[in-house]
Unconditional design. Structure first.
Lengths: 475, 452
């Protein structure tokens, strides 16, 4: 396997982790240092992305001697999402209100970043397992738990155990993910465990309820960071499709239908939801379930659309959750009251950022969401002509729900007694402007993003091709 | 790219560039004054109108039927392409001219109408975005690109209905309109997919894709669904009076002129597809006739000027649909242009209607003849009463949609919410436990301190 020029992946994973444990200072300093750690990791991963592009998307191994080096690899599937995840973590740290950025919070946020990067970069089932578990630890026993809500902890723990079982069952055949391709290691039992892990981590019906619980009871921005890892979708694309092409062939229609059902279920469920956090979590769940449906559509448009949509959902929901948290901090309990709140009168820029992020999430033309929705609709309708109709339907319902939330938060008459309210301060404004710029420029000139993700789709398609070949030969 | 093609591109993207530049400057902290905004608007649409006139002259002088500009593909994924193609022909050119002229006029009118309004900048930004969406819609060389313009027109329409955001009625009305738009837009999205699936393309250059009878029926009916939502045809007519909550200039340009006719334009573009299917043609004619009847009946019982005008528009839109269904394309185009211009004028004069009436009343020496009691007086009184009740509830269309769609959806959502909460105690959000990690909570309402 060709190698990277330097051990960039190890450095990128270690940078946030090192910062999180060795940096000292008050919370303000730690936020700055942590942001530096995220930025450094992003820069290192940009270099990885460049090298992968030069190698035409080929898988590049880490050049470290010994087993650790051979356990990490980058290709077009993980290099883009690793950069994105670093930037999302950076945005999360910068957007967080001061009261949410204690030293402990910053450290655990960086821990989640490092752990998720480890899972993305893993070319070995043990490392994948370690990254998966480590990214969930702060939400299981760490500071990001929601003590009163047991469902998020049960879902995360169950998904981790399912993945552990799957990896153990595959262990007889080997540990290297690339080497396991096409071998169906562990058979049906391992496949079932991995699918269970995907369903639980991704919040696919019937394991969806934990997502709203987590959003409602836990700290909002770290929860958004957890959702936006999309490790369930990544596990499917990285391990399930290439390792179990034969089993995937029979199961994908069912899984895809389940993902589409989750999308419409969450969309309908959000219609009568009044709590802003739950409502936004349901929107994120519905739109991210579409990613899974696209990946399972087994068509080039669908898979590419899913991978582009991954970027859209991750960036737009980071912006939306961030703005919601900023509003919570500014308005306190007023935010959960019934009726229109009229906040646009004092926070017009936050309103505009919210509208653009939201409309990108539901596929407004001129944003990257429009391109991803276009590809997804073509992909899913091509592979599932009847159930594929649920995708535009769920997107339409989500759009209306999102406008309802926007109207409720920002329009109407401002409540009496609310004074001294600031619009987006410069730190928040620059972060939100960067997110908006990404979804808008990506939407106006989508070729670069779509082409990059089409290369990533090719990696998934290599597994699919085995699947197609078997279908063609009547196996 | 020839000079004429460059001109076409410039005309289409000019409002989009103005919108982007002004929005960016606002986000960076600079707000354009009213005078600057109106001058930029006037310059943009004067130049755009000149450009459209030049294109018209060029096509007439060269005896060309059409001109297209292919700018490559927006994106390509294996066999699937999203082509960036603009085209002007005898159908799109009148619509382009109508758009730039009317938007320019509305821009000038609104400078006075919205003078010192808090939302002055917002109105102009949305007007430019709407113009960009409309020009994209009317000059799109493929149905894929048309979807982009179509959606932009829809979202600007909704945001302008909620323009007077301090009242709850416009905000609620905007949500309702958005719901209808999005539901009907599913028809357009699926129709475009179906064109790709059946014919391998959704290009309009040289005519829409060639489809067989059954395929044409499916695509035609899907396009009719989308067009009916945008043009407020029966049974989706209920949103049109709600849309009158927006400022009068936007009502004029959207619901008197451009936006409501976008559906007719879509059907005109898809006429060869409709002609292939008897079912789709019959559906267009039936829906058009029902809408015309509905508009004229309900409009007679409306008590405010803008709603009356909205229903008068609806009646004309129904007639235009019938003309399209019957294949009278050029009559439909002439009807659309005449109707758009005259209706815009009526909408813009609506706020001065009482003043106009009093002037006419005085000029006629206080003896103005009663109008509007010609046809219905021929009906039996019981039928008149029934029709009056029917008209007062606006044909019960909103009630029907509420009972068949909105209420069941809300009920289902509430049931799903209870199912999701099964086995867990629903708790109020616990913010304190989040903050145990951090600083003490201070709320803005208590001491005016912003803790961000």
């Amino acid at each position: 396997m060709p190698e990277l020029a330097f051990p960039l992946l190890t450095a990128a994973i270690a940078a946030p982790l090192g910062v999180s444990w060795f940096a000292r200072g008050n919370s303000r300093d730690l936020r700055l240092i942590g942001s530096g750690g995220c930025a450094a990791a992003a820069l290192l991963l940009l270099e990885v992305l460049r090298e992968v592009s030069v190698a035409s998307g080929a898988r590049l191994a880490e050049p470290l001697p010994g087993p650790a080096g051979a356990w990490l690899a980058a290709d077009s599937l993980n290099s883009v999402v690793m950069v994105l995840y670093c930037l999302i973590a950076l945005a999360t740290l910068l957007l967080a209100p001061r009261r949410d950025t204690s030293a402990l919070t910053v450290r655990w946020t960086l821990w989640v970043l490092s752990a998720t990067l480890l899972a993305y970069a893993a070319d070995h089932t043990v490392l994948l397992m370690a990254g998966w578990l480590a990214s969930a630890i702060p939400f299981l026993i760490g500071p990001f738990t929601a003590p009163e809500n047991w469902r998020p902890r049960v879902a995360l723990l169950s998904s981790t155990l399912a993945l552990l079982m799957g990896c153990l069952l595959m262990a007889d055949t080997g540990f290297g993910i690339a080497a396991l391709a096409g071998q169906g290691a562990g058979g049906t039992a391992a496949f079932a465990c991995l699918i269970l892990a995907v369903i639980l981590r991704k919040g696919i019906f019937p394991a969806h309820a934990w997502v709203t619980d987590a959003a409602e009871g836990g700290p909002l921005l770290p929860m958004a960071l957890l959702f936006n890892g999309h490790l369930g979708a990544f596990l499917l694309a990285r391990v399930v499709v290439p390792v179990f092409p034969e089993l995937a062939q029979g199961t994908f229609p069912l899984l895809s239908d389940l993902a589409l059902f989750t999308a419409i279920y969450a969309a309908v469920r959000a219609v009568a939801e009044k709590r802003p956090r739950s409502l936004l979590a349901l929107l994120a769940l519905s739109q991210s379930a579409i990613i899974l449906a696209g990946l399972e559509s087994a068509s080039a448009e669908g898979v590419t659309g899913a991978l582009v949509h991954w970027l859209v959902v991750a960036s737009a929901t980071t912006g939306l959750f961030g703005i919601l948290r900023l509003l919570e901090v500014r308005f306190g309990s007023e935010l959960t009251k019934e009726g229109h709140l009229g906040l646009a009168q004092h926070t017009p820029r936050l309103a505009v950022f919210f509208a653009v992020c939201g409309l990108a999430l539901v596929g407004l033309p001129g944003t990257l969401g429009f391109c991803s929705e276009d590809l997804l609709i073509h992909g899913t309708l091509e592979s599932h002509p009847q159930l594929g109709l649920l995708l535009p339907l769920s997107t339409a319902i989500n759009a209306v729900t999102l406008l309802r939330l926007f109207n409720r938060l920002f329009l109407g008459r401002l409540r009496t007694g609310i004074t001294g309210i600031a619009d987006a301060v410069p730190r928040e404004r620059w972060v939100l402007a960067a997110i908006v710029l990404f979804v808008v420029v990506g939407g106006v000139l989508p070729k670069a993003v779509v082409t990059a993700q089409a290369h990533a789709a090719h990696v998934v398609a290599q597994g699919m091709e085995r699947l197609e070949a078997m279908a063609g030969s009547g196996e | 790219m020839s000079v004429w093609q460059a001109l076409l591109l410039a005309v289409v993207i000019a409002p989009g560039v103005v919108f982007g530049a002004l929005s960016l400057l606002w986000l960076l902290g600079w707000t354009a004054s009213e005078r600057v905004l109106t001058r930029i608007t006037a310059a943009t649409y004067t130049l755009a109108a000149t450009g459209v006139a030049a294109l018209l002259w060029h096509l007439a002088a060269t005896n060309s039927f059409a001109m297209s500009l292919r700018m490559g593909d927006w994106f390509v994924v294996h066999g699937y392409e999203f082509p960036l193609v603009l085209q002007v022909d005898r159908l799109s050119l009148p619509f382009l001219a109508l758009t730039v002229v009317l938007v320019g006029l509305i821009g000038q009118f609104s400078a006075t109408y919205l003078h010192r309004d808090h939302g002055f900048l917002r109105f102009y930004l949305l007007l430019h975005l709407f113009a960009f969406g409309s020009l994209l819609l009317f000059s799109a060389g493929s149905f894929d690109l048309l979807v982009g313009g179509w959606e932009l027109v829809g979202i600007t329409s909704v945001l302008l209905i909620a323009f007077f955001q301090y009242r709850s009625e416009p905000v609620d009305s905007a949500l309702r309109v958005f719901g209808v738009y999005r539901a009907c837009d599913i028809g357009l999205l699926v129709a475009v997919f179906a064109m790709h699936h059946f014919a391998g393309t959704a290009s309009m250059v040289g005519g829409p894709p060639v489809l067989t009878g059954g395929q044409a029926t499916v695509v035609g009916l899907l396009l009719l669904l989308a067009a009916s939502g945008k043009s407020a045809q029966v049974p989706f007519s209920g949103w049109l009076p709600r849309a009158m909550e927006g400022p009068t200039p936007s009502s004029a340009i959207f619901y008197g002129a451009i936006s409501v006719h976008a559906g007719s334009y879509l059907l005109l573009r898809a006429q060869p597809i409709l002609a292939e299917s008897g079912w789709a043609t019959a559906a267009v004619i039936t829906i058009g006739a029902l809408t015309a009847l509905h508009g004229t009946i309900v409009g007679r019982a409306c008590s405010d000027a803008k709603t009356s005008l909205a229903y008068a528009s609806l009646a004309q839109l129904g007639v235009i649909y019938v003309e399209i269904g019957l294949g009278w394309t050029w009559l439909a185009v002439a009807h659309i242009l005449g109707h758009a211009v005259s209706r815009t004028l009526q909408f813009l004069r609506a706020p001065s209607m009482l003043h106009d009436y009093h002037q006419m009343h005085a000029a006629a020496g206080g003896h103005l003849a009663q109008t509007g009691q010609h046809y219905e007086s021929a009906l039996p009184s019981r039928v008149q009463l029934w029709l009056y009740r029917h008209a007062m509830d606006r044909g019960h269309l909103d009630t029907i949609l509420d009972r068949l769609v909105v209420f069941p959806l809300h009920s289902l959502s509430a049931v799903l919410g209870r199912v999701d909460q099964w086995g867990v105690q629903r708790q109020e959000p616990r913010r304190r436990q989040i903050n145990r990690l951090t600083l003490p909570v201070r709320t803005a309402g208590q001491d005016g301190v912003i803790d961000a």
